[in-house]
Design a protein around this ligand. Structure first.
Ligand code: NZQ
Ligand code: ZN
Length: 386
């Protein structure tokens, strides 16, 4: 095992009515000015906006609204939020939504306290922000686990990069599974697949011998697979939804990463696909994962074989390690079809006119991936996904 320090700064309030029960006490800790951030309007349709506004008013807060945060949030939107936060002397940012709203606000919180442009500060000067506006997240769409970490994925449309930018950890996160019951089923499944992907991407990192962290990871993966099936069988199954909401957080709350360097090569490729096509994150991962995995099967056969038996319950009897590894990728691929996720880019309306070479060239190569991909190999992967 690698050496590690485990300390988690995010307080999680999980369960039905978590906002009503816990938000008032959190609001009492901060000043009067709250930036209420949300996406394209689902919060108004679901009634979550009205409920939270009621709690904010009862706490005597002055609310500034920051709305219209889009899926795959842009750097321009971060700038807009940072200006609002500065101009209104914001004391707390309350981010209400899925990964996109939650990510955007992480960087708003840092940019509002920084005099220089945060993208240049981090990417050109290697800086890490140290001052932040306090933040709370109210999760209405689960999957990314963005409420649990301090990395945000931001699309810089000028540079054509969808990249991690480092911000603050949330001071608290409210995870009420009932808030997620109105999510469109397509988003439920792509979000849950994203959580499965985070678990696999962490499992595939180093070190690769059997360890406690990976055994907890195997349980998380089994849980996600089982509860995706339960959710498809009964979309109103609150128990299954609750498990998925917590599994998404578990995959990103550091426990599955203790003592590990992660892989996340598939994510890096998907992010650049997103930069060029604005595609749905979980769907992009579903198309890329099996194809990318077949490209590094020789380097990763032991871990794939372990996932075959420990996660997918494949009988190892009479099978070589390579055969088991292949059986894992087949099982993953069959599962993606079974749960209705796309298996090709064309199903996602990503056409042949996409600049696949630019995507391959600009994809970050990760240190924890079992294979070092060349641009040509990534281009092959993308070609096979069409
Ligand atoms: O915008 P509104 O109208 O609110 O609609 C949203 C959006 O269209 C809708 N929605 C949210 N809650 C709802 C709801 N609809 C009905 N009822 C509700 N309760 O859901 C749609 C998708 O939301 P979005 O936040 O875009 O999805 P997701 O949570 O999948 O986040 C995706 C973003 O997170 C990044 C992705 O790259 C992408 O930009 N990621 C962030 C990560 C992190 N910080 O750790 C890790 C991930 O790997 C990922 O890269
Ligand atoms: Zn992801």
């Amino acid at each position: 095992m690698n050496a590690f320090t485990y300390n988690y700064p995010v307080t999680v309030y999980f369960g039905e009515k978590a906002a009503a029960d816990n938000l008032p006490a959190e609001l009492a800790k901060v000043g009067r000015n709250v930036l209420l951030a949300y996406g394209g309007g689902s919060v108004k349709k679901t009634g979550i906006y009205d409920e939270l506004m009621g709690i904010l008013r009862a706490a005597g807060k002055d609310v500034t609204e920051f709305s219209g945060i889009m899926s795959n949030p842009t750097y321009d939107k971060v700038r807009e939020g940072a200006k609002l936060a500065k101009d209104n002397n914001i004391d707390l940012i309350l981010a209400v939504g899925g990964g996109s709203v939650i990510d955007c606000c992480k960087i708003v919180s840092a940019q509002a306290k920084l005099d220089e442009d945060i993208w240049d500060f981090e990417y050109s000067k290697g800086g890490k922000p140290t001052e932040f506006i306090p933040m709370g997240a109210v999760v209405t769409a689960f999957g990314t686990g963005a409420e649990m970490n301090n990395g945000a994925v931001i699309t810089n449309t000028e540079k054509m990069m969808k990249s991690p930018v480092w911000g603050a950890f949330y001071d608290f996160a409210i995870l009420d599974p009932i808030y997620t019951m109105t999510m469109p089923m397509k988003q439920v499944i792509s979000g849950a697949f994203d959580s499965l992907s985070h678990s696999m991407e962490t499992y595939m990192g180093m070190p690769r011998e059997v360890n406690l962290t990976d055994e907890i990871n195997e349980a998380t993966q089994r849980n996600i697979i089982r509860n995706i099936r339960a959710t498809l069988a009964n979309p109103q199954d609150v128990k299954a939804r609750s498990e998925l909401v917590w599994a998404a957080a578990m995959a990103e709350n550091g426990i599955l990463k203790t003592g590990k360097a992660t892989d996340f090569q598939c994510h890096m490729l998907e992010h650049q696909l997103g930069a060029y096509t604005d595609c749905n994150h979980g769907q992009g991962l579903a198309v890329l994962h099996p194809v990318l995995y077949r490209h590094y099967l020789p380097e990763a056969a032991p871990q794939f074989a372990r996932m075959a038996t420990e996660v997918w319950g494949i009988d190892p009897d009479g099978k070589s390690e390579t055969e088991l590894a292949e059986a894992f990728i087949d099982a993953l691929s069959d599962f993606i079809k079974e749960i209705g996720l796309p298996t090709t880019l064309s199903e996602m309306n990503i056409g042949d006119d996409t600049d696949f070479r630019a995507i391959a060239e600009t994809t970050v190569r990760t240190g924890g991936c079992p294979k070092k991909f060349t641009t040509e190999e990534l281009l092959h992967v993308l070609d096979e996904c069409r």
